[in-house]
Design a protein around this ligand. Structure first.
Ligand SMILES: Nc1ccn([C@@H]2O[C@H](COP(=O)(O)OP(=O)(O)OP(=O)(O)O)[C@@H](O)[C@H]2O)c(=O)n1
Ligand SMILES: C[C@](O)(CO)[C@H](O)COP(=O)(O)O
Length: 228
């Protein structure tokens, strides 16, 4: 029997580039922590049977409190993560019992149902899928002296987002292999790619932003149609 879909939502980072005292996943948007906005989108999908939130060891208790406050305790488990995003994702993967997994950044609260199910469907037909948008700017490769060394053809460049969707057993093997080889990637698909897996790109939305730097908070408040 197919054991369905789980999701790992990672929220164990320190938010260095955001520069706030409070980690960005816990900042309030319309009085609600960013990661709760994210959890609510996934918790509303009946297709998802397990949700694991990965956070810093010191934040597990307060996350559990928030999860209860927003009545998500029947849907969401909270576990401690690791030093890098990759370590946090791996902890989350080990906690799941499903056949399929979505990995999503806790600080991407504007993802929607259509984007998530689009990714799930593409993964079930091809094995792995990521949400992405075509790059809008011209991209240049620049050397250490600030000199342009190349202008890659923009038509083949995509800006990669989450969720990223995989068969759980395949992604676990990819994570174990990366850990053995000391390979650190910036997204989950990179680890699957180095195992030779084909990853389908699913066109998402430019509003599925990751809250990374301070101006992202202003845009997030605008997207929610209210104040920060
Ligand atoms: N050890 C880590 C590092 C990151 N993340 C999560 O991975 C997502 C995307 O990472 P990023 O935007 O880089 O978050 P931070 O690592 O917090 O930010 P920074 O790199 O600016 O410190 C975030 O939801 C973050 O909480 C995580 O779970 N565990
Ligand atoms: C996974 C990711 O969100 C895809 O865009 C991104 O690669 C995370 O990278 P970061 O270095 O943690 O910002």
């Amino acid at each position: 029997m197919d054991k369905g879909w789980g999701v790992v939502i990672v929220a164990a980072g320190r938010g260095t580039r955001m520069g706030t005292t409070e980690s960005k996943q816990f900042l309030l948007l319309q009085d609600k922590p960013v990661f709760i906005h994210t959890l609510e989108v996934f918790a509303a999908l009946d297709e998802i049977s397990e949700i694991v939130l990965v956070t810093g060891a010191a934040d597990v208790e307060r996350c559990l409190d928030w999860v209860k406050e927003y009545r998500l305790e029947s849907r969401v488990r909270v576990i401690p993560g690791g030093k890098e995003r990759q370590h946090s994702v791996q902890e989350g993967l080990k906690a799941l019992q499903t056949d399929w997994v979505l990995v999503h950044d806790g600080v991407r609260p504007f993802v929607d149902r259509k984007q998530i199910t689009g990714c799930m469907e593409a993964a079930m037909s091809g094995g792995a899928a990521v949400l992405a948008v075509p790059v809008k700017d011209t991209i240049k490769q620049v050397n250490a002296e600030g000199i342009v060394t190349a202008t890659p053809d923009r038509s083949s460049l995509w800006s990669i987002q989450t969720p990223q969707a995989f068969r759980l057993s395949s992604l676990l093997l990819a994570y174990e292999s990366a850990a053995r080889d000391g390979f650190l990637g910036t997204d989950d698909a990179m680890l699957a790619e180095r195992q030779g897996m084909s990853v389908q790109v699913v066109e998402g939305s430019y509003t599925n932003i990751k809250l990374t730097t301070p101006e992202d908070l202003e845009y997030a408040a605008f997207l929610l149609g209210g104040e920060k």
